[in-house]
Design a protein around this ligand. Structure first.
Ligand SMILES: NC(=O)c1ccc[n+]([C@@H]2O[C@H](COP(=O)([O-])OP(=O)(O)OC[C@H]3O[C@@H](n4cnc5c(N)ncnc54)[C@H](OP(=O)(O)O)[C@@H]3O)[C@@H](O)[C@H]2O)c1
Length: 251
């Protein structure tokens, strides 16, 4: 489970522990991971392992695969992610490169390392955290939306490659969800989903549906993008995330 220290990752850990999964928890914030690991191990009588690693670093990510070599990993949740907002040219280039490393490169390194073993065992499951943002270009969220588009296409391809090996692959595309990633209060209300609801839907659909878009509003938006022109989608999605820009300016 990557990105286990907050948001959707934390909720995934709690819910998976409740149904009896032992969990390897990966993120950078060690204290948070250890606290959660202790809590769920004690409460649900499961085993946990904490791996403190920076997933934007290729070597650290490859080391995770070696660090779990003694385990039979049955489910990989590629969840860790970062969002950079603002005009691309005004942002720090290193931050943008790190976004790609975390949101995309870490997913392929871990998938290559762990799904190979699932294929040998003819058994396993993969969940990729993509996003509703994957289906359109979004001004001021450009690199993020593109990274999630990558996750969506890559996971759909892996699904096609692995479907004869008894490996379930889910491309999970939540819309706006109340986590640390989305700090903007203006998104409160209708559009925002709770992470618990998103994770419940994902776990219920695992093994049954490949592409999961949680929530009726998100489903409608997802469907509408197929009817609209690409430029119309870009305009609409960019409008929706505009409050993030206003917030940036107020900082
Ligand atoms: N929230 C939404 O509206 C939304 C919507 C659609 C999709 N998603 C996707 O859902 C996933 C989880 O996001 P969230 O909303 O739960 O955000 P979040 O609360 O900010 O959690 C992000 C997690 O990723 C970890 N992470 C970030 N950079 C890392 C790095 N370099 N190395 C290791 N771990 C790193 C963070 O841990 P540390 O900081 O401790 O390292 C944290 O545990 C992301 O892939 C995101 O794109 C979110």
């Amino acid at each position: 489970m990557t990105g286990a220290s907050s948001g959707l990752g934390k909720v995934f850990c709690r819910k998976l522990a409740a149904i009896g999964f032992n969990i390897v928890m990966v993120a950078r914030r060690k204290e948070r991971l250890e606290q959660l690991a202790e809590e769920i191990a004690e409460y649900h009588h499961i085993q946990t392992r904490v791996i403190c690693a920076d997933l934007s670093n290729e070597e650290e990510t490859k080391k995770i695969v070696r660090d779990v070599n003694d385990l039979e990993v049955g489910l990989l949740v590629n969840n860790a992610g970062v969002l950079n907002t603002g005009n691309f040219l005004d942002n720090d280039l290193e931050d943008e490169i790190q976004l790609i490393n975390t949101n995309c490169k870490s997913y392929i390194i871990l998938t290559h390392g762990l799904a190979n073993k699932m294929r040998e065992r003819n058994k396993g499951a993969l969940i990729f955290l993509s996003s509703l943002a994957a289906v359109s270009a979004i001004a001021r969220w450009g690199n993020y939306a593109a990274s999630k588009g990558y996750d969506l296409q890559f996971s759909e391809a892996i699904h096609a490659e692995l479907k004869n090996y008894n490996i379930d692959v889910m491309s999970l595309c939540p819309g706006l969800t109340r986590t640390e990633l989305i700090k903007m209060s203006k998104f409160n209300n209708l559009m925002m989903m709770e992470p618990e609801v998103v994770v419940d839907i994902a776990l219920k659909k695992l093994g049954k549906t490949n592409l999961v878009v949680p929530g009726i509003m998100n489903k409608i938006n997802f469907f509408m993008t197929r009817l609209n022109s690409r430029s119309m989608n870009t305009r609409l999605f960019s409008l929706v995330v505009k409050p993030t820009q206003e917030l940036e300016l107020k900082k």
